[in-house]
Design a protein around this ligand. Structure first.
Ligand code: NAD
Ligand code: G6P
Ligand code: MN
Length: 447
């Protein structure tokens, strides 16, 4: 069989994820350019995965009967004979995300999934689970690639750099492309594919220094800066009619982030570092993002799966139009499978990509994706402001991995104390001490 006729085998790790039906719909929609022979789900929670798996089996039977579909909790079955692993696990599930958000808020510190102490706690939980999946992939399908979304990506990527430096794993984030699709729309273009950019930073911590129309080369920064200075990345109207309230606030808040550093355009996550006091004042310590997801995304996904299973058909399902998050990961698998050298984003060891950052720092930059993985783009020099911020944040991320490797209480305490979202080492200690018993099933014992 020639490469041209090759059909691929994919496993979604985190089969019970709220994003899984979206992945399935995107894979089906892309069958003509990224054809599959097999699709599997893997999860360590059989019950949660079954609910999504049974609904997806019906979708697959109706829409893509040529693809062999199954789901399992057995690693050998899951990772044997696969070309791509799509990583979408949440270690500790929403129960632990809730604690990541609510424990810091007890002490007036921002509570957020991937930033501040919550993000560091989550990263620490993810490290051993991701390493385990990499090891299974290498054992059962040594030629496969893992494209990983599982957070906290900056910490997971640093752990991969240290612990599995040669593994075929690429840690990605959808935030830059989600923002770029907004940028494209603001400029009268369609989506992220229509833009050519220079962007640099860390995961959930970055800036665009150039945005151009990919076709014409036209500089779009002046138009975008005007829009962001007035509205942030908010578009409103029909475009934003399904946007949840907290995401609306995030896109609007980019206006205040831009005001602080108007040479570049900020990633939305800078709000947590520039304005932590505002974030805390704006938060309800008894009702955080996790509660919203339980009431909205998770509820909708699981209710829809139950409806499909009961009806025995997926006709008219809510995922007919597939989402950015899932299209992006399929784009990346396609670029690797067909060696297209398209430019997307990855979290990788710096090695000169940002000229004035350490070679061994993990950074998020545009990269060309091909059969041999990713080639980072040289993005130039980071500004003084950005460099200062990145070095502090990155030290926190490295300290978390130090704490993991050395089982060190002090390293984790230092990581929390150094973080820009935490005012003081005593506050850092109180948060950490509340988190330790809750994370006992997932963290190494810190001494
Ligand atoms: P979810 O809780 O709905 O699903 C995660 C699934 O992972 C659950 O079914 C759970 O049982 C499973 N799981 C947990 N630990 C596991 C392990 N060790 N092995 C196998 N399965 C395991 O979560 P979600 O909200 O759908 O998010 C999934 C992941 O995607 C999270 O890590 C989230 O942070 C991440 N995410 C990342 C990006 C990005 O930009 N990188 C974007 C969106 C979501
Ligand atoms: C973006 C980020 C992800 C993060 C997600 C949280 O997509 O890139 O890394 O996990 O937002 O969204 P949620 O809707 O779960 O709060
Ligand atoms: Mn992300």
């Amino acid at each position: 069989m020639s490469e041209k006729d090759k059909r691929y085998s994919v496993v979604i790790a985190g089969g019970g994820s709220t994003f899984t039906p979206g992945f399935v719909l995107s894979l089906i929609a892309n069958e003509d350019r990224f054809p599959l022979r097999k699709l599997k789900f893997y999860d360590n929670d059989a019950e949660r995965q079954k609910k999504i798996g049974d609904a997806c089996a019906i979708i697959m039977k109706e829409r893509a009967p040529q693809i062999e579909f199954s789901y399992t909790t057995d690693p050998k079955e899951a990772f044997t004979d696969v070309d791509f692993v799509m990583g979408s696990i949440r270690v500790g599930k929403y129960h632990m995300r809730e604690l990541d958000e609510k424990i810091p808020l007890r002490y007036g510190v921002n509570g957020q999934e991937t930033t501040g102490p919550g993000g560091m706690a989550y990263g620490m939980r993810s490290i051993p689970a991701i390493i385990e999946i990499i090891d299974w992939m290498e054992k059962y399908s040594p030629n496969a690639w893992m494209i990983n979304y599982s957070n906290t990506i900056a910490i997971v990527a640093e752990a991969c750099r240290r612990l599995r430096p040669n593994a075929k794993v690429i840690n990605i984030c959808d935030m830059p492309v989600a923002i770029m699709t907004r940028m494209a729309h603001i400029c009268g273009l369609n989506d992220y594919h229509d833009l050519d950019v220079n962007y640099y930073g860390l995961n959930h911590f970055g800036w665009w220094k150039e945005v151009r129309d990919k076709k014409t080369g036209k500089d779009l920064m002046p138009l975008l800066k005007k829009h962001v200075s007035e509205n942030g990345y908010w578009i409103g109207g029909e475009y934003d009619k399904e946007t949840e309230a907290s995401w609306a606030e995030t896109y609007k808040k980019a206006k205040d982030c831009y005001a602080l550093e108007p040479e570049t355009l900020p990633n939305t996550y800078m709000q947590y570092y520039y304005y932590p006091q505002y974030e805390v004042q704006n938060a309800d310590p008894n009702h955080t993002r996790t509660d919203e997801i339980r009431e909205y995304r998770q509820k909708i996904v699981f209710e829809e799966c139950a409806r499909i299973v009961k009806a025995g058909t997926a006709k008219g399902n809510i995922w007919e139009a597939s989402a950015e998050h899932s299209n992006y990961i399929v784009d990346i698998c396609h670029a690797i499978a067909y060696n297209t050298h398209e430019k997307f984003f990855a979290n990788i060891p710096n090695n000169g990509a940002i000229a004035n950052m350490d070679p061994d720092s993990v950074v998020e930059v545009p990269c060309w994706f091909g059969a041999d993985g990713v080639q980072p783009m040289a993005t130039g020099m980071a500004g003084r402001f950005q460099k200062g911020l990145m070095e502090e944040q990155q030290a926190c991320e490295k300290l978390v991995v130090d704490a993991y490797e050395q089982h060190s209480y002090n390293k984790m305490w230092q990581a929390f104390a150094l973080n820009k979202t935490v005012p003081d080492a005593l506050v850092a200690k109180k948060i950490l001490d509340d988190m330790i018993p809750e994370n006992k099933p997932y963290w190494p014992e810190l001494k």
